[in-house]
Design a protein around this ligand. Structure first.
Ligand code: UN1
Length: 510
């Protein structure tokens, strides 16, 4: 476990940090950190108390007063240094992600790369927080629009991307002049502690005050609820299930705070009669089993034209037979464990429900047992043949279960099936016909936030805005103009003349 030491992780950890300081958590509840890879407990963490939380928020308020006055390109310079530091620690950080969450090492390293990429992106973006000017209807007047920081951004993240999703939010938020308080999933607490320790080096080197990047690991009912109700926090960026996102959004809305929601997906790939299967098969398999089916962008539904259905099925079964499941740190394995035993129970229950509702399991469906799988978290990636309208198919099960759905006729039928679920995150089409692909990305096409052509549903690049529609929550994070969601917009009207004309020609004489 050299990577734990390389990341300065000790056996006893604190779950509270205001930047570089780790205040004592006192009576905080203890959390055991264990790995789904081998079931070992590799550390203990003391969670934040309510007092810890309040102190952290006060410190962040002070941090904001400092940070908002730092010129944006100077803020970008700090982020540049963070990106360089992360390059130095990429391997141990990626290894920790893999060990703590169970995703293959390649994907763990890819996740750290995603944070490095967003850092690089933010360095440039820090010089491009553009406003605009427009003409006034009044003589010697000018209208302009500018963007200011909001204040404290709370970032609530899930276990499946324990560093990247924080990176999108914290880095974009920071160049915009905000400070952040990160509440990670307690299932991936060590990844958060390690990240905080690494960025702390940069904060210390630059002599920055506390309260710019804070971390709070606490119970959902204690710390999580406090964040949602806290008027001192103008923006909450929430990643998680639709059910918990709905509850969180209600609480924040009650105080008229802002949210950025990145909730569940039920992502489909359409395979038309014109599919290039050489491209499609690896994209489907990576999309369905990558991160053991626990990405919000995981491919869950395949909508396959009847003319190629049997061939697709044959190739997928063959591909699934060749998948190696086991220790994700060994690079010869394709698939690691699920996050915990509860996730295995959900998987097993879903497999049962599929058959109860009339579906057929084509491949897999079982939990794996034996010496290599002693943590009890490993399952077989699963293929199921189903009708598109089964209730279970319309739900997101966070596990490697891929539904094969047959369609007849034109691509419009497949698009309708793609769009009939309540979630709207990612979608894809495989086709060499421009008519079909253009229709898919047109206004009559996919209703999702991400619509891909001849690539799979997962593995989005940071340069685009990331997020989805309908039950996915409508939020946008990461690239493009997503930064605007982290700022308050101000319209300014300037009179540089000697008269005071009123808008709309209203006359008022005194
Ligand atoms: C998530 O699962 O919450 O597009 C994020 C992807 C990754 C991010 C997934 N870049 O699959």
């Amino acid at each position: 476990m050299n990577f734990l030491r390389a990341l300065y992780l000790e056996d006893e950890m604190s779950g509270v940090c205001s930047g570089t300081q780790w205040p004592s958590t006192g009576k905080g509840k203890k959390l055991q950190l264990s790995s789904p890879v081998d079931g070992h407990v590799f550390g203990n963490l003391s969670m934040a108390t309510s007092d810890n939380y309040d102190e952290l928020v006060e410190c962040a308020r002070e941090g904001f007063v400092f940070w908002r006055a730092v010129p944006a390109p100077e803020r970008g310079e700090i982020i540049r240094q963070i990106g360089l530091k992360l390059r130095e620690f990429k391997h141990p950080l990626g290894t920790l992600i893999s060990y703590e969450t169970g995703k293959p090492l390649q994907e763990g390293l890819g996740e750290v790369q995603e944070v490095i990429d967003i850092c690089d992106y933010c360095v440039g973006q820090s010089r491009m927080l553009y406003g605009m000017t427009t003409v006034s209807e009044r003589r010697s007047h000018r209208l302009l629009e500018q963007y200011h920081p909001l204040g404290i951004v709370a970032i609530i993240t899930a276990f499946n991307f324990p560093m990247a999703v924080w990176g999108w939010n914290a880095m974009i938020g920071a160049i915009c002049g905000n400070v952040s308080i990160w509440k990670p999933s307690s299932k991936a607490a060590a990844s958060a502690v390690a990240m905080q320790k690494i960025i702390g080096k940069v904060l210390a080197l630059n002599g920055l005050p506390e309260g710019i990047f804070s971390l709070v690991i606490g119970e959902r009912d204690r710390v999580g609820k406090k964040i949602l109700k806290d008027r001192r926090i103008p923006l909450v960026s929430f990643t998680g299930s639709v059910a918990s996102g709905r509850k969180a959004a209600k609480k924040v809305a009650k105080r008229l705070g802002r949210t950025i929601l990145e909730l569940g997906g039920n992502n489909g790939i359409i395979l038309t009669a014109n599919t290039d299967l050489k491209l499609a098969v690896p994209a489907i398999v990576f999309g369905a089993v990558g991160t053991t089916g626990q990405r919000c962008t995981t491919t869950r539904r395949l909508i396959i034209h009847e003319s190629i259905y049997d061939e697709v099925k044959r190739r997928l079964v063959a591909a699934y037979q060749s998948l190696k499941i086991g220790d994700p740190l060994q690079e010869t394995n394709h698939v690691g464990p699920l996050i915990d035993r509860d996730a295995v129970a959900t998987f097993t229950q879903t497999v049962q429900t599929i058959t109860d509702q009339g579906g057929t399991i084509l491949f897999g469906g079982n939990q794996l047992t034996g010496e290599d799988y002693s943590s009890g978290c490993y399952v077989e990636p699963t293929l199921a043949e189903v009708d598109h309208d089964l209730e279970i198919v319309h739900q997101e099960t966070f596990a490697p279960i891929l539904y094969l759905i047959r369609y007849e006729g034109e691509v419009e039928t497949a698009i309708a099936i793609n769009n009939e679920v309540s979630q709207g995150l990612s979608s894809a089409i495989f086709s060499t016909s421009q008519r079909e692909t253009e229709l898919f990305i047109s206004a009559q096409g996919s209703d999702c936030g991400l619509a891909n052509v001849n690539i799979g549903t997962s593995g989005a690049e940071i340069g685009g805005a990331f997020g989805g529609e309908k039950d996915t929550g409508g939020g946008r994070e990461s690239g493009s103009d997503a930064w605007k969601g982290y700022m308050r917009r101000q319209t300014v009207t300037i009179n540089y003349g000697t008269d005071l004309p009123l808008a709309q020609g209203v006359r008022f004489e005194i």
